[in-house]
Ligand binder design. Sequence first.
Ligand SMILES: Cc1cc2nc3c(=O)[nH]c(=O)nc-3n(C[C@H](O)[C@H](O)[C@H](O)COP(=O)(O)O)c2cc1C
Length: 403
Amino acid sequence: MPLRPDPRTIITRPSPNIPYFTPQQPAIAGAFRGKNKAPKVFTPVKIRDLQLVNRIGVSPMCIYSAEDGVATDYHLVHYGQYALRGPSFTIMESTGVVKEGRITPHCLGIYNEEQRKQLKKIVDLYHSQGKFIGPQLSHAGMKASTLPLYYEQFDYPVDEKRGGWLDNVWGSSLNKQFPYSKELSIPQIEQLVLKFKEASRAAISECGFDFIELHAAHGYLIHQFLSPLANKRTDKYGGSFENRVRFLLEIIQAVVELRKELKVNFPVLVRISASDNDESNPDSWRAVDSLKLAPLLVKYGVDLIDVSSGGLTEAKSPKVSQSELARRVKSVVKDTCLVSAVGGIFTGKRAEELLEDGDCDICLSGRGFLKDAGIVENWAEELGVDIQLNMQEGWPFGKVWTK
Ligand SMILES: Cc1cc2nc3c(=O)[nH]c(=O)nc-3n(C[C@H](O)[C@H](O)[C@H](O)COP(=O)(O)O)c2cc1C
């Protein structure tokens, strides 16, 4: 806990990590300030070299507000809310590694210079607050060129007249639900592996992001390779489990190589749909498949498995809850890899329960943060814990300095 400095010695120092004035923070918002033992949710945790002050992160959430894949001031304000408050890190929304890989015409991209320049502004704000942020790199596959979900229409195609690209939509295999989507050839797949690597290189070395999350969930391209529900290929990327996981593992391998090339030991996170929510159907991706995949992810250098579910088809047989899926993945990887749980974690008590039971190492919240950017402060209050706030917003509450 930082001691209040002698007022005669104070010089307001600017944070060194940002091109405009904002005061250097004496401590990081969201860090535990109490004297007693912290509840698990407010204990620090390390993801590779990143030291997180607590175990709460912002789950990736598309806000469908980009212009040609470029972030605007809206993004700075939206993500800025979380930089100033308590979560120790934020996973930025699904961000296309190529133009045609965006989910909607208003999704972010990271495939050109202007996009990267604007993203760096968000990263700078995070770093000025001692906070971490990484993009969720993705390719939507057959679900590309669809309507933003704020129209409450799932996977609805957007044609060329309305800014879409239905003539340039590509998935793992042909699919009746997306009749315009074409099957990727092997050279195209190889190109995409390189695009994920290029996007990761730009994210780390140009934008200054702290980590990469690969989006292998929710029915988007990588998931379309993993699940037999969408992967009907007969080449080396289809058929057996080993063939279906090949695309993901090749991407991870390419991205992990960058640690040496860039001399930055950045963490790699992978979000999976741990089940297609059709567990009684052996032709779906099931929890058992995720338990087989998890050790491979660890072997290939993944630091955190972000456990989600579904997204390819409507849930059919009784669903296994996402926290139960996280628990199962954690029980397989044990201490070799971190696991995050997400979905309906709306109270500090619930987060603490999951962490204490060893179901996961980190809790993510999505809608909780949309409703209330200060949710971490509320969880702290609920658990009777004193946490650090940032200077500008924390001093009226006596949450910056100690006497
Ligand atoms: C508005 C919104 C946008 C989302 N966009 C993404 C996304 O870009 N990538 C992703 O993996 N999940 C996305 N999700 C799913 C969330 O990350 C999260 O897993 C889900 O909302 C469940 O967590 P919650 O109950 O805390 O909201 C989105 C969810 C919401 C509500």
